[in-house]
Ligand binder design. Structure first.
Ligand SMILES: NC(=O)c1ccc[n+]([C@@H]2O[C@H](COP(=O)([O-])OP(=O)(O)OC[C@H]3O[C@@H](n4cnc5c(N)ncnc54)[C@H](O)[C@@H]3O)[C@@H](O)[C@H]2O)c1
Length: 355
């Protein structure tokens, strides 16, 4: 960064500073999606006024209805006028930017759409933030920006060489954000999530993707008899049981990390990227066993070929996040994640749809 603003450095805690009084309105793009809807609820509980902007392409209105009081604009980030109109009507003091397309395979087949949504859409948002002098911006990035890991656990200074268009669009936006910070003073935190999982502890909101590419919801669907069996992609990796290892963060913890990131910036914390994970890896087989215990059902699986580009192990080094933000994961042990996911799926076999 060419001229970092005053404040604590990443790795230096701001937890000693007085708590921020929530002020102004927080814009949540993608607030009807899986992670965004949990963040909306966490923001409301922390006392923030929330404005959601979402095109409802993969999001669900039902995910946020009744969760709290918020204003919702249905619109697409690629529509500059729609984005601008939100900033005209509200005094936005912070942005949480979740909106985007997220499927790796689809991004390989259709890079234009991914660059359009994740980069062009994001640039429209940044242009409005510049015009309306928005001081704080939190971006949902991903471990996919690291590409094939050269080390484990992965720290933020690991090389950034994404191997698919999804990861490349996320990295391109990280660079754009840093440039807007340098040129226009927008202060930012980039959160690089590892695997978000689980559901709200109440069981009334959770993960509802279609198609679903994630292991835990698909294991729950097998438990419910909605899928016959899981496919385990590769059992010949150099890991203790031969299956891939991932770092799971509970979605409710992830939501709290966003509130902590806003408060970190408001307290003068230095801009930068932070891994969001636990530092603990779990293999695919361990996850399947944990869902079996949570559900009391058997989860049959077959072993398929490795998927190209799937590294054997993706585990975060979360030291920077935990040292800088007033945040500690509270529900991210595998047992709680799987119990919460199962509660949501078994109570909502049709997800947000009608029976
Ligand atoms: N789920 C994970 O494990 C994970 C891991 C790493 C990073 N991420 C990132 O976190 C963010 C949220 O992920 P998620 O799992 O909640 O995804 P999601 O698909 O559930 O949510 C995305 C939301 O953005 C909205 N949206 C998409 N394109 C839009 C556009 N052009 N204009 C307006 N709204 C749009 C969708 O309708 C949806 O509500 C994404 O940016 C994703 O890349 C997720």
């Amino acid at each position: 960064m060419s001229h970092p603003l005053q404040g604590s450095k990443p790795g230096e805690s701001t937890a000693h500073l007085p708590a921020l009084q929530p002020s102004g309105e927080v814009l949540v793009t993608g607030g009807c999606g899986y992670i965004g809807s949990h963040a909306v609820r966490a923001l409301c509980e922390a006392g923030y006024s929330v404005v959601i902007f979402d095109n409802l392409y993969t999001g669900h209105l039902e995910a946020v209805m009744g969760a709290c009081d918020f204003k919702l604009y249905q619109g697409d980030l690629r529509d500059e006028k729609a984005v601008e109109s939100v900033f005209k009507q509200h005094k936005i003091s912070g942005v949480l930017h979740f909106a985007g397309l997220t499927l790796v395979g689809e991004s390989v087949r259709d890079p234009e759409t991914y660059y359009g949504a994740n980069v062009t859409g994001g640039l429209n948002l940044l242009a409005a933030c510049k015009r309306y002098k928005v001081p704080r911006f939190i971006f949902s990035s991903t471990a996919a920006v690291y590409g094939n890991p050269q080390a484990s656990p992965i720290a933020e200074d690991h090389s950034l060489r994404p191997i698919n268009p999804y990861g490349r669009t996320k990295l391109a936006f990280e660079h754009a954000l840093e440039s807007y910070h340098d040129a226009h003073g927008i202060r930012f935190v980039t959160l690089r999530y590892f695997n978000a999982a689980g559901a709200h502890p109440s069981g009334d909101m959770g993960e509802a993707h279609d198609p679903e590419s994630h292991l835990i919801p698909n294991a729950c669907r097998v438990g419910l008899g909605q899928l016959e069996r899981l496919t385990v992609y590769g059992k010949d990796y150099e890991t203790p049981d031969g299956t891939g290892i991932r770092d799971y963060i509970h979605v409710w913890d992830l939501a709290q990390a966003h509130v902590a990131a806003l408060e970190y910036l408001a307290a003068g914390g230095e801009c930068g990227a932070f891994n969001v994970g636990t530092g603990q890896g779990h293999s695919v087989l361990e996850v399947i066993r944990a869902v079996e215990r949570a559900s009391g059902r058997s989860i049959p699986f077959t072993v398929g070929e490795r998927r190209p580009g799937d590294p054997p192990r993706l585990v975060a080094d979360p030291a920077r996040l935990q040292a800088s933000l007033a945040f500690k994961p509270a529900r991210s042990d595998l047992k709680t994640i799987c119990e919460d996911a199962w509660r949501w799926h078994s109570n909502h076999p049709h997800l947000y749809g009608k029976p």
